[in-house]
Design a binder for this molecule. Structure first.
Ligand code: ATP
Length: 200
């Protein structure tokens, strides 16, 4: 069993890489999906969120009022950090439990932790190696504005809010350059999968 941490800034192509790895038979642990699960009704993070933020952020059926809480924390940086810490803790716990389960069942394949905030959340030590997907800022702006219809200024604001690429590169064992076409990207992935398979 080998564990890869996969990350990349907005519009880098991380989701494209993750889908390709899934097609190649890797088991994907999607942190965005897991974090949504962690805030669904009955999930372990909810009680902590209620204790921290109060019942006013819950609807009458016990589900989280995502809009109200979102409006509150996005206007309050320190509270946003508190919320993210609560959710991140539960996401990491879920990932560690899944990995232990797969180990117990002698899973022999490759697990990919698909995490936009892999380094920011301190998840880099879970994986055997960490992969960063990169592309030039201009390419990322072009792709995201085409995909989401956002202005380049809006995308730049989000990019500038993320950890700088140079820092992420220093923390990565493998950098996938997604500046050109998909064939080129998939070739780099195939080469790295081959390398990992040869290490067994
Ligand atoms: P985000 O974090 O913003 O969700 P992401 O890093 O997951 O983005 P993707 O969604 O994989 O990035 O890619 C962004 C857009 O660019 C998508 O529309 C995708 O189809 C396209 N794209 C990715 N790689 C390439 C490529 N090499 N050539 C052309 N288009 C690409």
């Amino acid at each position: 069993m080998k564990i890869i941490g996969l990350t990349g800034g907005i519009g880098s192509g991380k989701s494209t890489v993750s889908s390709y790895l899934e097609k190649k038979g890797c088991k994907i642990l999607d942190c965005d999906m897991i974090s949504r699960k962690m805030t669904e009704k009955g999930s372990p993070a909810l009680e902590k969120i209620r204790q921290q933020f109060g019942s006013e952020y819950f609807l009458s059926d016990g589900t989280l009022d995502r809009k109200a809480l979102g409006d509150f924390v996005f206007n309050n940086r320190s509270q946003l950090d508190v919320l993210q810490k609560i959710i991140t803790e539960k996401v990491i716990e879920h990932i560690n439990n899944t990995i232990s389960y797969l180990k117990d069942y002698q899973f022999e394949g490759i697990i990919v932790i698909d995490a936009p905030l892999l380094f920011e959340c301190g998840m880099e030590n879970i994986a055997d190696e960490n992969w960063l997907v990169t592309a030039s800022i201009d390419t990322r702006l072009e792709r995201v504005s085409k995909r989401d219809g956002l202005s380049k200024e809006q995308i730049l604001l989000r990019i500038n809010n993320q950890m700088p690429e140079e820092e992420k590169e220093k923390l990565s064992n493998c950098v996938l350059d997604n500046s050109t076409d998909l064939d080129e990207l998939f070739n780099q992935i195939d080469m790295n999968l081959e390398r990992i398979n040869n290490e067994y």
